[in-house]
Design a protein around this ligand. Sequence first.
Ligand code: HEM
Length: 216
Amino acid sequence: MGASISADGLERIDPPRGERAPILAVLRERTRAEHGAIERSLGLMSDTLSRGEYLRIVERFHGFWRPLEQRLAQTSGLAATGVDPASRQRAHLLLADLSALNEDAAPEPAASPLCADLPFVGSVPAALGAMYVLEGASLGGQLISRHLRARLGITPERGGRFFHGYGERTGEMWRAFGAAVSALVLTAEMEDAMVQAAVATFRTLGQWCEGTPATS
Ligand code: HEM
């Protein structure tokens, strides 16, 4: 057991890791409300989802994923955890989807606005908390992908690559991410930093999709 100063400045006694809930369960529980909120506000599973609404979501996701992935690539020490952000980058899939959806003019990366109000990912716990959200989107993506095909005729080959995610490898990729995160020895302070980053990632993405925060 050890003492540490948490983000709120209070000293706390860290119980040994075994006495706390597994970190993935903690992340799921403490972001449940944010997941529900973004699921509702995006309306991706709506029976009335239009091609235009979907296109806007892809555009906003691209504006969030691309700069956040760039920051994650700069977080030192992340690859040593066994989670390689480079192999999990998916902003290029969003760009490919934008090109497929705007058949006449493939947009340049700079053409769609990029979010400047990103969550902090400068430490390994914060980066993993943000990646929990980005990676988790591939799970719901499996349902969304089927809905896009049924409702709008959008297939992975024609505008639906991002939500198709890792395809058949989605479960495997999620388990590998979970295993790497679960294997870390985390203090309560690191766990808090991870949860805070996950919550902030859901919230900033949600606000960005609603069109409120600043662009770069
Ligand atoms: C309409 C939109 C969405 C739907 C219907 C949806 C649905 C789901 C479903 C069904 C799961 C559980 C999958 C499983 O256990 O195999 C899941 C997990 C998850 N989703 Fe979503 N999702 C949506 C959007 C998002 C978005 C936009 C994000 C992040 C940006 C996200 C992040 C996550 C995360 C982090 C998990 C993992 C939860 C855990 O710890 O088990 N989801 N989602």
